[in-house]
Ligand binder design. Structure first.
Ligand code: TLP
Length: 358
């Protein structure tokens, strides 16, 4: 028998018994008619949580970002400014161009997930009468920032970028797939983080632990457009209350749960750092939520070697443990903590890392 510790993502969690019960007992209706009470309740609760007029349930974070961007960039010939390390730019198949007819301009991303505001200012293409250039229709930010290892954008930075955008009449979309993690880390309500942003997307299927679903929030007028875009993207669901029921359960316990994930991530990072290994290291000072990025300074032991070795058990291994992790580049591996991990799972993962680090 092996113990498997899955650190690939917080998306790997399975619904809890309480979620499964709530799903089985959910009161449902046809959501295309707006008649699913559990979906309606979730949308109401999240709109309030994010401090927005309305919210709309969508199938995934990718669909939420795409529908939001299509809704902001309603007319042809628009461009969005996104980070070159953002999920929207890297991992959504260029859907905004492929399906949304939106042009993308990628901004260099700092290690903490921010952009240089002067670079943003220079990239903005104003609504002038020129027929040659696209118009900047939207700026997208991400909090917590996935590729930057779960880094948290500060309220001050969000305020500054939103003010810059708004001074050019450009809205801001926040990819808040993990906004609750950001809220726990900053010690402020999610509505405070989303306050200056015109729209927000948030995922239920990550740290919140629900099996499926995301949500987009904004003004009533904006959500009417998102509703239309969701339909053309094939995301108009029927008795979706079974999914919303799990999300409602997850939301209740999410902040407390995430606090534990964050504490454990930092503890694990410190323990790995203290190994002073020439092969694998991590900077605990940048661990701000539920992720850590391991680096591999030696060309003879790459992230790929590490991931393969972590996923194997040999006869020589005293403990029969498989640890699953994602190699993000030749010398980077992302580890993500989540609610399906026990303290013992993490001890086992640490001991396995230690055994490979000499
Ligand atoms: N991120 C996934 C992978 O796609 C990388 C993960 O394991 O972290 N925004 C952000 C910031 C995300 O991290 C993700 C998923 C999404 C959007 C998309 O969500 P889904 O997977 O629901 O489409």
């Amino acid at each position: 028998m092996f113990r498997e510790v899955d650190l690939r993502s917080d998306t790997v969690t399975k619904p809890t018994p309480e979620m499964r019960r709530a799903m089985a007992e959910a009161v449902v209706g046809d959501d295309v008619y707006g008649e699913d009470p559990t979906i309606n309740e979730l949308q109401r609760r999240v709109a309030e949580l994010l401090g927005k007029e309305q919210a709309l349930f969508v199938a995934s974070g990718t669909m939420g970002n795409l529908a939001a961007i299509m809704s902001h960039c309603w007319t042809r010939g628009q461009e969005i400014l996104v980070g070159d390390e953002s999920h929207i730019f890297l991992y959504e198949q260029g859907g905004v161009s492929q399906l949304g007819n939106v042009h993308v301009s990628a901004l260099p991303t700092h290690e903490d997930g921010t952009f240089d505001l002067d670079v943003v200012r220079n990239k903005i293409r104003p609504h002038d009468p020129s027929m040659h250039e696209p118009h900047t229709g939207l700026i997208c930010i991400e909090n917590t920032h996935n590729r930057c290892g779960g880094r948290v954008l500060s309220l001050d930075y969000i305020k500054k970028i939103c003010h810059l955008a708004h001074s050019h009449d450009i809205p801001v979309h926040l990819d808040g797939a993990r906004i609750i993690n950001a809220s726990v880390s900053l010690g402020v309500p999610p509505s405070e983080i989303a306050r200056e942003c015109d729209s927000v997307s948030m995922c239920f299927s990550k740290g919140i632990g629900a099996p499926v679903g995301s949500i987009v929030a904004g003004t009533k007028e904006f959500i009417t457009k998102v509703h239309r875009c969701r339909k053309v993207l094939g995301g108009a669901l029927r008795q979706a209350g079974v999914l919303a029921a799990a999300a409602l359960v997850g939301l209740e316990s999410a902040p407390d749960r995430m606090k534990i994930d964050h504490e454990r991530a930092l503890k694990l990072a410190k323990a790995i750092f203290d190994l002073k290994s020439p092969l694998v290291t991590v900077d605990p000072s940048v661990v701000q939520s539920n992720m850590l990025i391991l680096s591999f300074p030696s060309p003879n032991f790459t992230s790929q070697h590490f991931v393969e070795r972590m996923g194997m058990v040999s006869d020589a291994d005293e403990e029969k443990v498989i640890v699953r992790a994602c190699a993000w580049s030749r010398n980077r591996v992302r580890l993500v903590l989540h609610s399906d991990l026990s303290q013992e799972d993490l001890h086992c993962a640490y001991r396995k890392i230690r055994s490979l680090s000499a």
